[in-house]
Ligand binder design. Sequence first.
Ligand code: NDP
Length: 492
Amino acid sequence: MPTRAKTFDSHYPVTGDAIGTFPIHTDADVRVAVAQARIASDKWVALGFRGRKKVLLAWSKLLMERIEECTALISMETGKPVSDAKLEASLAAGHLAWAARHAQEVMRTSHRSPGAVMANMSATVERSPVGVVGVIGPWNYPIFTPMGSIAYALAAGNTVVFKPSEFTPGVGVWLARTFAEVAPFSNIFLCVTGLGDTGRALCEAHVDKLAFTGSTKTAMVVAATCAKTMTPVVLECGGKDPVIVAHDADIKRAAENSIWSSMSNGGQTCIGAERIYVVESVADEFIAAMLDAVKNIKPGEPGVGNYGPATMPKQLEIIQSHIKDALKSGGRAIYGGAKSVKDPYVEPVILVDVPEDSMAMQDETFGPTIIINRVKNVDEAIILSNASRYGLGASVWSKRQGKKIAAQLHCGMVAINSTISFAAVASVPFGGVKDSGYGRIHGPEGILEFTYARTIVRARFQLPITFTSFKRTAGNDKLIIKLTRLLNGRFG
Ligand code: NDP
């Protein structure tokens, strides 16, 4: 993207050193990018499913060939361990390949029954790409999260303009550069960089759909901005994901997975465990297993720690305020505490018996902290899990009641006897309800999200009577009422 604009730096969160300089793309730059993507759109559609699949599979292969380069960059911009970045990048490449391989089948024209009254018609529903998709991404998983929109939108036949987080612009630019290496022509996938204002400009640039991943607070601003131009949105927002540990859970496995889910990536995972409801009869055993699982977990720079620093420095204050509020309102720290926040790191914190109305139970903490609250039974755990403004994911640990519990949770995704497993299964949709957002990425639903339905109803032969003409007679009216009564049963 050419630009006349100012620049901003990205930083290595461990030291705060500047590691890259990027343009702040202006409203005009963003409009140009969207216009270029729109021009490329017809050619991208004309390439057909097979042509697009070839390009996207080549990109997926290239991402894996260049995984060292990609993950070094992710690690530098986020501070996360390279091995975590590798897992993230591999999952992103997997989603890309899945979307490329399944778009044709998912978007195939479907034939519908026209019903007896309209039996002379053939009814079909076609799926068309929406056109140009704007993607706005967060910094916590800078390749995996936006790829959930980018891959599925491209596979469906859209061109894409991507605005990465200001904390991870290098990853966004790298993605666009590698795509350009396999692209048959330019402007299919563009990256614009900048601060929040560049994101706002993308919302106002008349894209045909805007896929946003980030905090609920920004999502509300994005939705309001997009509403002004009737731009439809997909919103993938924050969570306060619960874990339910039933009496028949595999306690050791539940504890090890919950520690990983809550602490890995420094707790900066939208679908990471934030609160655990454990049934009283196994609570002591579970808490002991949690303490055992956490004892060797430490933050540190890549290559040293199990997880890195807070990528976004201002999050440290929020994490500390949640811990302090939990303790002030009657909760207890059984591992770490308010002093565990040591800029730029946060050491693991385990809190117990935290009141449900405290900040730490209500709001997304986004740090390596976990709260364990005891409940009488699974029913109470379900009620408390659902008593949240968020509804992204959940994890359930039970040998026999997993599906029954899962079916009662008000959220978009549930992992039974596993943690965040749904994010790695490309064939299932990803997304939340309530303040966690709406719309879906991943899976067939993720492809359809970036399409619109076009209904085609064709007269196969003409009937001797006509309903859609001013020549319709009183006899025709009687006939349609009689037929409808006959075929659908008497009304009332
Ligand atoms: P933010 O909401 O702060 O930012 C998200 C993106 O929006 C960034 O690219 C940001 O740009 C951009 N932005 C900021 N202001 C505007 C605006 N007015 N108009 C348009 N775009 C704007 O989220 P974070 O980057 O801090 O990400 C963390 C959050 O993301 C957490 O709440 C986490 O739960 C959530 N998340 C949700 C996921 C899901 O799939 N449900 C997955 C991963 C994270 P800039 O950075 O330049 O300000």
